[in-house]
Design a protein around this ligand. Structure first.
Ligand code: F0G
Length: 516
């Protein structure tokens, strides 16, 4: 057996071939420092920001100071199965913010986790618990209806024609048995999970089923309930999918001495899971019009909505939630990434009291979730975001607009190279045109292999000290997600690097793209 000591040799080889195999040794604000060949630190402007986890920048001084204080004070990280006042503080703070931004007083119950995928799964698990309990409650109600009908038959009531057909010509007890068998079979059908094409919700066994990209999802599709994907921005497709999945359970009514069949909607829809701004799928904001329609369709079908704000939340798009800006209300919200202030691993799912099932926390828990260290850091992160009447949100919007204007300028000057520029606040994407037919063999091959965006990232790193990455499921879109503290000179540096990249693509200079 060979032990290489490498965490993932395959990944290392990929990084090396694309010029991305560098080691970062320090991080501050929007700068990561890498070790140069001569041993000195080289600053790199980080526009990836931990895939959106550093809304306040790397190692924010106040977060860092708090972390050091907590360690010095020997605050217990582990005190499972005791009171967690810090987690309560975060939950209360989040409720205040949600109430203010959505107008919905909730309250939302918070269930903590360690990562985005885990919190998404907690939301889905809760939704499934709720669905299962609702189905059981319905079947119990139907049993009561059956008892009532049984008594009525004893008192002389007769079966309707439809009821007799179901009883296969038999008596009331044959009817009751047929009804129970049919209902149990229908109730045992797997739940329906809905998500949008292009969406990303994590890579764990359950959450990967909701992640649209087949490359990461398909190898694991047999491990958990599959998800039904509907195209974003197409309310009719959502309505059609929901209509197709509609199932009923059969109950009994008694009126005017006749026992008849009654149809009840069987709770089959576990949840619709979506991002208000799709991140990993290419930075694609949902429109307010679509949000309104999907909200109406889901309300009619009693389908809970899980709003995944793992990447778009925590102020990144100019308001605490990206969903509130498009009028979308969630039965569940999921937050992670920047909730940990760029330092801690913290995630939370929030479930509206209308749907909340007490006792869920006993069914779902994790050793590290809601530990004092991460929740105290999350609480301070929320304080920093909320300070000065929400100045950080305005800053995210202002910085974002400034960067967007620069990106739009680039798009206008390089229409032959740039396909689109999109996003909201500090969640922006610049989509390059495909180079599959380039006159440069290097560009052609990179493009056909789906790694043009990564090669562009290698070029920007070495030639312009810029850290940019493509969105993993839409690899020609470069994602730009800096902190609210990005400065004008840093924006200018990003612009000049991106212009140089576009110039190189325009002149089909594949060799320069790969030169190190
Ligand atoms: N949901 C969304 C919207 C995400 O963007 C991510 C991660 C997750 C869930 C999973 O969170 O990694 O903490 O388990 N997105 C990264 C990306 C990986 O590339 O955008 P996790």
């Amino acid at each position: 057996m060979t032990i290489t000591g490498l965490a993932e040799p395959f990944l290392r080889a990929q990084l090396e071939s694309l010029g991305l195999a560098v080691e970062y040794v320090r991080a501050e604000g929007d700068t990561l420092y890498r070790r140069g060949d001569d041993g000195r630190e080289l600053p790199v402007l980080d526009l990836v920001g931990g895939f959106g986890a550093t809304i306040l920048g790397h190692n924010h001084p106040e977060i860092l100071a708090l972390a050091q204080e907590l360690l010095s004070a020997r605050v217990p990280v582990h005190a499972q199965f005791s009171l967690h006042p810090y987690a309560e503080t975060v939950a209360r703070r989040l409720n205040e913010i949600l109430h203010r931004d959505t107008g919905d007083p909730g309250p939302y119950t918070a269930v903590f986790a360690n990562s985005g995928a885990e919190a998404v799964e907690a939301a889905v698990k809760h939704a499934e618990l709720d669905r299962g309990l609702k189905a059981a409650e319905l079947l119990a109600r139907i049993d009561e209806e059956t008892d009532r009908a049984r008594r009525a038959v004893r008192d002389g009531a007769v079966l309707s024609a439809a009821a007799r057909r179901l009883a296969d010509g038999g008596d009331f007890e044959s009817l009751a048995a047929a009804l129970t068998a049919a209902n149990r079979a229908r109730a045992e059908e797997p739940p329906v999970l809905l998500a949008l094409t292009g969406g990303f919700h994590g890579k764990l066994v359950g959450s990967v089923q909701l992640t649209h990209n087949p490359v990461v999802r398909e190898p694991f599709r047999a491990l958990a309930a599959p998800c039904r994907f509907v195209p974003a921005e197409d309310p009719a497709a959502l309505a059609a999918a929901i209509a197709e999945e509609h199932r009923t359970a059969l109950g009994l009514t008694v009126s005017d001495g006749t026992v008849d069949l009654a149809e009840h909607r069987l709770p089959r829809l576990c949840a619709l899971v979506l991002e208000p701004v799709q991140g990993e799928g290419g930075v694609r904001p949902l429109t307010a019009g679509y949000a309104r329609e999907l909200q109406r369709i889901c309300a009619e079908a009693d389908c809970p909505i899980v709003v995944d704000e793992v990447q778009s939340g925590m102020g990144r798009t100019g308001s605490f939630l990206a969903s509130s800006a498009i009028g979308l209300r969630g039965d569940y919200y999921v937050l992670a990434k920047s909730l940990g202030g760029g330092l801690a691993k913290a995630a939370v799912m929030l479930v509206h009291h209308r749907r909340h099932r007490p006792g869920f926390e006993l069914l779902h828990s994790s050793t590290f979730a809601k530990d004092a260290f991460s929740t105290l850091i999350a609480a301070r992160t929320l304080d920093l975001l909320e300070a000065d009447g929400g100045a950080r949100y305005r800053q995210a919007a202002e910085r974002g607009e400034r960067i967007l204007a620069r990106l739009e300028g680039i798009r206008d000057d390089f229409k032959d190279v740039v396909a689109d520029v999109r996003g909201r606040g500090l969640m922006l994407g610049l989509e390059l045109r495909d180079q599959g037919d380039s006159t440069s063999p290097a560009l052609r091959e990179l493009s056909r292999a789906g790694v043009l965006g990564y090669a562009a990232a290698g070029y920007l790193l070495h030639a312009h000290a810029l850290r940019v990455f493509p969105t993993a499921s839409a690899t020609t879109t470069l994602r730009i997600e800096p902190s609210v503290h990005i400065t004008d000179p840093q924006i200018a540096q990003a612009e000049s690097g991106l212009r140089a990249l576009c110039d190189l693509l325009r002149t089909q200079d594949g060799d320069r793209l790969l030169a190190r």
